[in-house]
Design a protein. Structure first.
Ligand SMILES: [Zn+2]
Length: 293
């Protein structure tokens, strides 16, 4: 049976890092952002043919159902991770990607308001203020919540994950995803740079760790995103918590973000307190790892 881990999350929440850590398990393949497969090839095999995502294979996926099963067959695995981040349907290029024969685990990744606002500020979204990012943060939470409910009705297992927990306790968080897959954690799999990957798109900073190059050189190679230099992996091949918001955001910006009741409500559910603090969070109904689930 095919097992599909779908990773949801806004940009810069660590989806590429999580996918690569999961894909470093001997039974699991990290596919990357499958929604981009029509326009983007393998991020790791920058030059030359990729053994997985050849141009001909990518083109053959257009308009046919069962995209995940077809890629899994090609690689020879029963477990795949899709870090498309946004719930389907993605585009007219794909027919409905939902595979009723597969087992789904949906992971929704999130990051504290201060950290996500700082990430967007660092990526120079023109004219976008911290409060604008919070509008998107609240709307994205609502959209993903609706999708998770839909997927639960279809028999999927869902779990919420905070970027901060993944950065601080990667083995513990990986076990939470592996448990519903009935797979054992493999020591060292969080050091994803020690394993081979072929993935579509993804965060340049995380992907640059797959290369022995200095990450600053790797970033220059990806001309489309020269500014994409932050989060997930702070220094080359070292996972640490991103605290750049402390220098990027002004105190009054933080006050303005937290003055919005909707931000406070979403933050409480996720266990985020003002000032980048982690506080106990509530569980999604029947979430994997909760007392009910
Ligand atoms: Zn490749």
């Amino acid at each position: 049976m095919l097992h599909i881990v779908e990773v949801l999350g806004m940009s810069y929440t660590g989806s590429t890092m999580l996918g690569l850590m999961l894909g470093s398990h001997s039974r699991i393949a990290m596919l990357g952002e499958v929604h981009s497969v029509s326009t983007v090839g393998c991020t790791v095999c920058r030059d030359g043919e990729c053994s997985v995502w050849s141009d001909a294979f990518r083109a053959s996926l257009s308009g046919v159902p069962g995209v995940h099963q077809r890629v899994a067959n090609r690689i020879g695995v029963d477990y795949v991770v899709d870090t498309s981040k946004t719930p389907p349907p993605w585009s007219s290029w794909f027919k409905d990607t939902y595979d009723p024969a597969a087992h789904y685990v949906v992971v929704f990744l999130n990051k504290a308001p201060e950290r996500i606002a700082a990430s967007f500020a660092l990526h120079r979204k023109q004219g976008q203020e911290a409060v604008d990012v919070m509008e998107t943060w609240v709307a994205f939470d609502e959209m993903c919540s609706a999708y998770m409910e839909q997927m639960q009705r279809r028999g999927a297992q869902v779990l919420l994950m905070r970027y901060e927990d993944l950065a601080l306790f990667p083995d513990r968080e990986l076990r939470r995803v592996l448990k519903p897959l009935r797979l054992a954690y493999e020591p060292g799999q969080e050091q994803f740079w020690n394993y081979e990957h072929h993935q579509i798109g993804g965060n340049t900073r995380a992907v640059s760790n797959l290369s022995p190059l200095d990450p600053r050189e790797s970033q220059i190679i990806n001309e489309s995103e020269p500014q994409n230099v932050e989060i997930c992996v702070e220094q080359h091949r070292k996972i640490s918590l991103d605290e750049k918001w402390r220098t990027v955001l002004l105190p009054e910006e933080v006050d303005k973000m937290w003055a919005d009741e909707r931000v406070v409500e979403v933050a409480q559910r996720w266990g985020y307190g003002k000032g980048g603090k982690l506080v106990p969070r509530s569980y999604w109904p029947r979430e994997v790892g909760s007392q009910e689930g």
